[in-house]
Ligand binder design. Structure first.
Ligand code: PHE
Length: 347
């Protein structure tokens, strides 16, 4: 029996055949199992002789099956390794890509346009103190402009050097930070986040502005006008854009002007550019500007008789909406991937 079983194990050509031999020998009704069962009916003397023999046979057969199994598995692996190839030149599976948010895209465009005009990019903190956000900008404590800003204040226990702290309500404090840390001439833009307690289809509590500031000798409103015209035409990529300067008031500029761009109607949509005086055309406000108030220059320890300049502040989100045709500001900050896939810029 031993030699028969050993022979069957040796000729088993595959794992299935080998398993059949295992069942035939060691299974519940296997031949070796059958022999083991006979031990129970033997006399003790007989069992002492036959027991070791039968158990020895069982162990031998089990070991033979195990070793044949390992050999078959090794053959199988070797066959797979020699038949399969790994093509290292195949392109990898594409990973999901991110995209540039329209606000970031516009900030990049602004930095590029103004870099060509000699402007550097400046930044300031989003958590500001009272002096930088208001007082140095000629907005004293009693000034009604403070009420207009819908400011998010921090609690009294968060005051710094006795000053109330707040989320900056505009990027204008970066004017102050730049004038107090750098020597003129100054030419900067300062894009960034700003905050006001306001929320509807065209206002979000967090929004983006870009500040512009030029401080030099003999700067006048002509420089402001040329700079804004050059910027708007470059940004909207059209030469037929007209600007309208409307007298206005900001505490930190004097004189001040709000600037409108002309739009015309194309396929029922408002397009920046064209003739605003034509039927269906009109004006759209895009920014605030003016000559830097001499009180602001003085607050920064500069001599206003030597240094003058202009400043402007512009909503970035509005610029993005106008240029790329989005109509709900709130969608900008919802974080909906479908929106960003539709409007985002590929990286
Ligand atoms: N800071 C003003 C605002 O938020 C905009 C502005 C900036 C106006 C600079 C004039 C000069 O409305």
């Amino acid at each position: 029996l031993n030699t028969d079983l050993q022979a069957a194990i040796d000729v088993a050509a595959g794992l299935d055949a080998l398993d059949a031999v295992r069942v035939h020998a060691l299974g519940k009704n296997g031949v070796v199992t059958g022999l083991l069962k006979t031990l129970g009916k033997m006399s003790p003397e007989e069992r002492q002789v036959e027991g070791p023999k039968i158990n020895g046979l069982r162990a031998e057969i089990a070991a033979a099956i195990e070793s044949r199994k390992s050999a078959l598995e090794a053959d199988l692996l070797a066959a797979r390794l020699s038949s399969e190839t790994l093509d290292l030149s195949l392109p990898p599976k594409e990973m999901p890509k991110g995209s540039i948010h329209p606000v970031s895209q516009v900030m990049d465009e602004l930095a590029e346009i103004f870099a060509d005009l000699g402007f550097a990019v400046a930044t300031g903190p989003e958590i500001e103190d009272d002096w930088h956000n208001f007082t140095a900008l000629n907005i004293p404590e009693t000034h009604p402009a403070r009420a207009m800003h819908d400011t998010f204040y921090f609690g009294e226990e968060q005051q710094r050097d006795g000053q109330p702290m707040m989320l900056r309500t505009h990027t204008s404090p970066v004017q102050i930070r730049t004038m107090t840390s750098e020597k003129p001439p100054i030419r900067i833009i300062a894009p960034g986040r700003t905050y006001r307690s306001d929320s509807d289809a065209t206002h979000t509590p967090m929004f983006h502005q870009v500040e512009g500031l030029v401080i030099d000798r003999d700067i006048h409103m002509g420089h402001l006008k040329w700079t804004l015209e050059t910027f708007v035409k470059a940004f909207f990529e059209r030469d037929d854009i007209v600007l309208r300067f409307r007298p206005s008031y900001f505490p930190f500029t004097e004189p001040s002007a709000e600037v409108d761009v002309g739009y015309s109607l194309k396929d029922g949509k408002r397009i920046i550019g064209g003739d605003p005086t034509k039927e269906d055309g009109g004006w759209m406000e895009i920014l605030g500007s003016g000559m830097v108030n001499r009180r602001v220059i003085e607050a920064c320890d500069l001599d206003p008789d030597e240094w003058q300049g202009f400043a402007f502040g512009c909503g970035i989100d509005r610029l993005a909406m106008l240029k790329y045709g989005m109509d709900d500001l709130r969608a900008f900050f919802d974080g909906d991937l479908r929106w960003i896939r539709h409007y985002g810029f590929s990286v």
